[in-house]
Design a protein around this ligand. Structure first.
Ligand SMILES: [Zn+2]
Length: 338
């Protein structure tokens, strides 16, 4: 838990940017995420602690004029400057409900279809050369591994996400890997579970959970797959919900899942998943000081990745960069964990 020093916090909260000597020369930072925790007067967004000052402007939903008024789970954008204690003093906070966005329904439908297919078949697979089905591993549906990952995941969930929204599935294969789908299905490999302790597993699962809570599948799609999705959605709509539509939808889901599996979500979203995932691990009571070491271990096992070695360990930021980023996060947000 964070050590709160109430007097100090009240002091800081009463400061304005002018009295802090924050000038135009200070680098303004912008973060985007969701309202995930409130800690006294602080709001946690994007893994960062955000504080409002007397000059903070609230934009977004009309009736929100304070941090207090922002419900957990709201989409939040913050502009501000970094203070000495690692928190962000906001000049602007934009908060609005996380309403259904473009393609959200498609993501849900497609990923739910592929999840059902994998669970029904008892194994997960991707599509190899020439469209051939290639098995990745068999599902492990009960036993200590399953109990263990579910126990870890429950501790990682931010307060606005319920247990029933996230389903962790264990896959029997020796690779170190994990993956999240846009519908809350998270897949983790036994290879990783066998060789990592709970704190390390929490860092990996926290990363995957952040992909889900921060809607990275939908966000990636919106950017990259507009045309593809429009035609696929039209196809599904046209054929109604018969077997063929379900099949097409499952194929679509599989394609997206695999694309993310192999390529990650792009550097920015991977970095966000690292940041937010570390926050999840911290709030769950895990030792986040082991975060950088997790990257080190991946690097030892797989080398600096140059291509599609694994999903969790994709090449969007090099392992050493990610280690460095996590060290900065720890310095900024969890200095007592060092
Ligand atoms: Zn990732």
């Amino acid at each position: 838990m964070m050590t709160l020093r109430p007097a100090f916090l009240i002091f800081l909260a009463s400061l304005t940017s002018a009295s802090l000597g924050v000038s135009g020369a200070e680098k303004k930072e912008k973060i985007e995420g969701y309202a995930e925790w409130k800690k006294g007067t602080l709001l946690v967004v994007d893994g960062q602690r955000v504080r409002a000052g007397t000059t903070t402007k609230f934009t977004g939903k009309k009736d929100i004029g304070s941090v207090e008024a922002i419900p957990l789970g709201y989409e939040v954008e913050v502009e501000g400057v970094r203070l000495g204690d690692g928190s962000l003093l906001a000049s602007r906070i934009d908060a609005k409900p996380n309403s259904a966005a473009l393609f959200e329904a498609d993501v849900l439908e497609a990923t739910t279809a592929i999840e059902a297919q994998w669970l029904q078949g008892g194994s997960i697979y991707d599509v190899g050369e020439g469209g051939r089905r290639r098995e990745i591993g068999k599902m492990v549906t009960s036993g200590p591994q399953v109990e263990r990952v579910r126990g870890v995941m429950t501790r990682l969930l931010p307060p606005y996400v319920t247990d029933s929204q996230v389903r962790v599935h264990v896959v029997d294969t020796k690779d170190w890997n994990a993956m999240a789908m846009g519908n809350g299905a998270v897949w983790v490999f036994t290879g990783l579970l066998n060789e990592m302790d709970d704190d390390e597993v929490a860092v990996v699962l926290g990363h995957e959970l952040a992909h889900y809570t921060h809607e990275h599948t939908r966000r990636t799609m919106k950017k990259a797959m507009w045309g593809q999705l429009v035609s696929a959605a039209a196809l599904v709509a046209a054929t109604q919900i018969d077997n063929r539509a379900v099949r097409e939808s499952a194929m679509l889901g599989g394609a997206f899942a695999m694309l993310a599996w192999q390529n990650g979500y792009g550097r920015d979203l991977e970095d966000q998943a690292d940041r937010v995932g570390l926050r999840y691990a911290y709030e769950g009571g895990f030792d986040v000081a082991k975060g950088p070491r997790v990257w080190g271990r991946f690097r030892e096992k797989y080398g600096q990745p140059n291509a599609v070695s694994t999903f969790f360990f994709s090449d969007h930021s090099q392992a050493s960069t990610r280690m460095k980023n996590l060290r900065i996060e720890i310095e900024r947000n969890y200095p007592e964990a060092r």
